[in-house]
Design a protein around this ligand. Structure first.
Ligand code: CP
Ligand code: NVA
Length: 307
């Protein structure tokens, strides 16, 4: 079976340690002007987007080019999937052309169906349930700021919506062993099964009613938009429900004095984060965006066998 990357749990802690080392190497090499690693040897990688994207699309296209491959980008209405062709048939066909497919869509079940019928790696480029490529780059970003302190000893806080990003941070805490304090408004909690599994794997994963309690002593404070892609019509209701969940200077003051502010982007300034925190010295948001590129190069090398 191909090596798929559907959820953060698809790799082990040891595999992540190797990926983070490789990411660091690729980042340094690129800064020294060494862009091209011919790992893909002319092979093509499909990128399917059923939702909008800036970072995921550009970082994957660039990563594939720099690895000596060719990205084939398909938008929502370009494929026969949008006209009802079975994902299973699509997977069989794409496996004959491509070295891997990254797909951004609504339901994880669609990825699982593609993966079940695909002999090439299927990569989750965001679903309603997960965003593993983002958290891969984010954990690497956190590690970079620790100056050699062990990741396992750290406490990360999640404040806001218990949607795809929160679920994936929970998976990451379960696999990698760092502490995670999550606070979401009632009715917007993370996936119950994911939360329970993370807590079973890691007793330092905790849920808090109050964001102030959740961020106490945290080394990283994470936010995400209050209304994700596909939830636009719920915006007014969500703004009300999330009004006490903004990451601002007052909240950051309760975290560790060395705490960083993290956000996958895109952000809505004045909603989930204040301008002061977003543009302030603790913010690593653009480093996270850059690290998507380096981490995804390492991931593609790992998932796609060398010729
Ligand atoms: N963070 C992220 O995935 O950004 P895009 O939606 O722009 O790809
Ligand atoms: N939770 C956000 C993440 C965007 C990268 C969304 O799904 O829209």
């Amino acid at each position: 079976m191909a090596n798929h990357y559907i959820t953060f749990r698809d790799l082990t802690k040891e595999e992540y340690q190797a990926l983070f080392q490789r990411t660091s190497h690729l980042k340094k090499a690129r800064r020294d002007g060494l862009y091209a690693y011919p790992h893909l040897g002319g092979r093509s990688v499909g990128l399917i987007f059923h939702k909008h994207s800036t970072r995921t699309r550009v970082s994957f296209e660039t990563a594939i080019n720099e690895l000596g491959g060719h990205p084939v980008v398909l938008a929502a209405n370009d494929t026969q999937i949008s006209r009802g062709e079975a994902p299973a048939h699509t997977a069989e066909v794409l496996s004959r052309y491509l070295a891997a497919v990254a797909i951004r869509t609504y339901e994880e079940s669609e990825l699982l169906e593609l993966a079940a019928h695909s002999s090439i790696p299927i990569i989750n480029a965001l679903t309603n349930q997960q965003h593993p490529c983002q958290v891969l780059g984010d954990v690497f970003t956190l590690i970079e700021t620790l100056g050699g302190e062990p990741l396992e000893k750290q406490l990360v806080a999640w404040v806001g919506d218990g949607f795809n990003m929160a679920n994936t941070w929970l998976e990451a805490a379960g696999v990698l062993g760092f502490g995670l304090h999550v606070s979401c408004p009632p009715g917007y909690e993370p996936d119950e099964a994911i939360l329970k599994r993370a807590q079973a794997d890691n007793p330092r994963v905790k849920f808090f009613g109050s964001p102030k309690e959740a961020v106490k002593g945290a080394r990283a404070v994470n936010a995400d938009v209050f209304a994700s892609m596909g939830q636009e019509e719920e915006k007014a209701k969500r703004l009300k429900a999330f009004k006490n969940y903004q990451v601002n200077a007052e909240l950051m003051a309760l975290a560790d004095p060395k705490a960083i502010f993290m956000h996958c982007l895109p952000a809505k300034i004045g909603e989930e984060v204040s301008a002061e925190v977003f543009d302030g010295p603790a913010s690593v948001v653009y480093e996270e965006a850059e690290n998507r590129l380096h981490a995804q190069k390492a991931l593609l090398e790992f998932l796609i066998p060398r010729l």
